[in-house]
Design a protein around this ligand. Sequence first.
Ligand code: FAD
Ligand code: UDP
Length: 370
Amino acid sequence: MSAYDIIIAGAGPVGCTLAERCATQLNWKVLLIDKRGHLAGNCHDRPHENGVLIHQYGPHYFRTNNKQLLDYLSQFTEWVPGNYFVTSYAKGEYFPFPINLLTLAQFFKKDSLTPDEALALLAEKREPIENPKNSEEFVLSRVGREMYETFYLGYTLKQWDMHPRDLATSVCGRIPVRLNTDCRYVDHEFQCTPKEGFTALFTKMTNHPNIEIRLNTDYKTISDEAPVKVYTGPVDEYFDYCYGKLPWRSLAFDFKAVDQEFVQPNVQINYSNDYDYTRTVEIKHVTRQEHPQTVISYEYPKAEGDPYYPIPTADSQQLYERYKQLAEQETEQHEVYFCGRLAEYKYFNTDEVLEHALSTFERIKNKHGH
Ligand code: FAD
Ligand code: UDP
């Protein structure tokens, strides 16, 4: 008999959610491990030395259209309303971003624009590409070359060290273009941030007598056994890179404390054509923490380091499909379930991985939960 009913590798959003579901709904004994020294995976937040809450792995703007998911998470946290406003710095000016009526008016030096005027303007600017096949074609077909070169090209080259024409449409397609004056970064119906932070949320979620947590522990080093396992780390690493390494993009974060209440007018400023960093983030706008000081984070994209972004190209997708087949065999033969941004090699947002975690729980429950 094993001491645990399930072992979960990775205590990010996916691992914590599966641990909570198995512990409370199946009354299973859960071993939840993470090779890092904290919970919440890349959603981890913590106080900086000056006490200001920071997002350690980049800004996390929680948003979802799924009311059920929001209700589920609301068992573990209260929320503060999302305050997700981004500007893009270009040609010495700050533009509201994503591109909307205000951006268009400012960019093309008009006093104001109605939706119809903007449509006519964009019709002149857009390149006639019917079925865009990559991020460059996607943006050119939406807003034309001038705005592509001002807001997207430099940022994308920095972020990915790749040309937008080599990246799937879904990369730049994450950013909406709006014919209204809505300046929020994303479109989702529910935009809110855990009141005490993500780490507090996932700590509360996993605070259960059936859940044992072991931090600073790599899955590869444990000798414990269980009839069911979940793996949320990088899928290529699990299989010892047998088909070669999947490409991942990483980031370095430079956090600078500043002795004033706020530095930026809004949480995020994107720099497409200036500096080595892509964006500066003052997450205090989002956490709404009251504190006399602040912290600004500078993001420097890099090739080496923790795997933060799967790189959506045709080649990497093909390579992933081979690992996916191995993962499916592993599930069938050894009851190891692969779930999450790293394990499924997909550019998922947090709400999307949480939905996957909940559907993986249903699979596990249906097969083993008797
Ligand atoms: P992760 O959060 O990556 O957690 C996986 C965990 O597994 C990690 O803690 C890791 O240490 C652990 N692990 C890996 N291998 C092993 C092993 N061998 N043994 C033990 N443990 C292991 N989402 C949003 O919704 N809004 C945003 O604004 C947003 N911004 C983002 C900004 C950045 C810079 C990044 C990188 C991501 C952002 N995301 C955002 C996405 C969000 O971080 C992910 O969707 C989410 O964290 C994925 O959860 P996960 O559990 O799949 O993986
Ligand atoms: N992007 C851009 N200019 C910007 C912001 C984003 O070209 O000012 C492109 C870039 O390729 C980026 C992608 O759109 O990687 C997705 O941006 P998002 O802000 O959603 O990225 P994330 O928050 O996931 O890093």
